[in-house]
Design a protein around this ligand. Structure first.
Ligand SMILES: Cc1ncc(COP(=O)(O)O)c(C=O)c1O
Length: 406
């Protein structure tokens, strides 16, 4: 009797090769296996929360204050934007994909006078045109998504930072899918609000928003004509209620202080361990690991006869966006890979949902024991769906890349 084997049957959960949330290192999971602590208790605040935010400065490559809040990447984007932008403020929003457009929507809600700088999805940014537009508009802020998760592209944030500085604009950078996987130099690039979430390359659980705030951004918040319209996500309250005077805040050093929103203690403890692991690995090693893992994945995909979506000069090392062979439905590939082979990848988003697939190489998953099985499962799933390619070609090409580049 012939029996079709369901290889995922013996697994209790799919392996997460989606572009976030991503797999967690075991010590990060263990950090959450504890009874609740009290968020306003001094020991939590001083022994867990504060050291975590201070250590995060090294990950963000900044001397700025890093604020940690309950939420996700979107919370960080919205908190950052609503803290510095007032109704009528001019904002230039670079829109190179689904997440660039998210900032446009946030600016809309804030009644900012926003202008979109549209970029063809997957294409390079025309820096000369952006500079001209910034000089014409003279915005209060320029926003950019460093790593566009919808298209698998990385944009030159350093250069956009230079343009922002040249027109006196704040530089608001979404690093949700780049921080801790791709080099992000907050201070060197003049990033005023570096906004991200916990669940991607930081390899911490979903549930925390992070914003690194520059002195310029604090000044803009101090000079607002009216307080920000949100109570929970007004960043200025962190400076007033929580940051000590010695670090530029308003709380006398050593005096009791309050967090403006109650911090999720388990998630903070997990982030504490995640940051320690990142710094123990070292940033340059970590960035190189993501680069090699993504290169191996790309070579594997190419060996299967599949093309990448973006311009090759701006492909991301944390999210790979692939063009699905004609006549194959991306959603069917995702389902087959998950249900039969136990590995979860993502379809494209929005207008690319029916033509592309996205695979994350983030945190621990940027390594051979995750990339090679993913290519294997992709090849088997495509085969199940009628796509013909040389069996093992993708895995072999990726394996060779790991051997050559690692
Ligand atoms: C570049 C980028 N920005 C913003 C977001 C939104 O973040 P979250 O889903 O954590 O709210 C995402 C999520 O994938 C993202 O990739």
């Amino acid at each position: 009797m012939s029996l079709t084997i369901n290889w995922a049957q013996c697994h209790t959960r799919p392996l997460l090769m989606i572009p976030g949330p991503t797999e967690l290192p075991f010590p990060v999971i263990q950090a959450m296996n504890a009874p609740p602590s009290i968020q306003y208790d001094r020991s939590f605040d001083e022994v867990v929360l504060e050291p975590t935010t201070l250590a995060l400065r090294d990950v963000f490559q900044t001397k700025n204050e890093v604020i940690l809040m309950p939420g996700s990447g979107r919370t960080a984007l919205e908190a950052g934007a609503l803290s510095v932008i007032e109704p009528g403020d001019r904002v230039l929003v670079v829109g190179a994909g689904q997440f660039g457009l998210l900032m446009r929507e946030i600016m809309n809600r804030l009644e900012a006078d926003w202008t979109e700088f549209p970029v063809e999805w997957g294409a390079r940014l025309d820096m000369a045109r952006l500079k001209r537009e910034a000089e014409r508009i003279r915005p209060k802020a320029i926003t950019l998504v460093h790593n566009e998760t919808s298209t698998g592209t990385t944009y030159p944030a350093a250069e956009v930072g230079t343009i922002a500085r040249s027109v006196g604009a704040l530089f608001l950078l979404d690093t949700v899918s780049s921080i801790a996987g791709i080099d992000v130099r907050t201070d060197e690039w003049g990033v005023d609000l570096n906004m991200t979430g916990s669940q991607k390359c930081l390899a911490a659980p979903l549930g925390l928003a992070l914003v690194a705030v520059s002195p310029r951004a604090w000044e803009v918040m101090e000079r607002r004509s009216k307080p920000a319209r949100s109570f929970a996500y007004d960043l200025l309250r962190w400076r007033e209620w929580w940051v000590p005077v010695s670090r530029g805040g308003k709380v006398p050093d050593g005096a009791p202080r309050r967090q403006p929103v109650s911090m999720p203690t388990h998630l903070t403890a997990a982030m504490n361990v995640a940051v320690r692991l990142i710094l123990e690995e070292g940033l340059s090693h970590r960035f190189r690991r993501h680069e090699v893992a993504a290169t191996a994945l790309r070579r594997g995909v190419a060996a299967m006869g599949i093309e990448m979506f973006p311009d090759p000069s701006i492909v991301s090392n944390t999210v790979s966006c692939l063009k699905v062979p004609k006549s194959i439905d991306p959603a069917a590939v995702v389902t087959q890979m998950r249900d039969r082979y136990g590995i979860l990848i993502g379809t494209g988003l929005d207008k690319m949902r029916t033509t592309t697939l996205r695979i994350g190489t983030m945190g621990v998953t940027a390594s051979p024991p995750y990339v090679l099985p993913t290519l294997s499962a992709l090849e088997l799933a495509l085969r199940d769906l009628g796509y013909k390619s040389e069996p093992g070609a993708g895995v072999a090409a990726a394996q060779a890349a790991f051997a050559d580049l690692g």
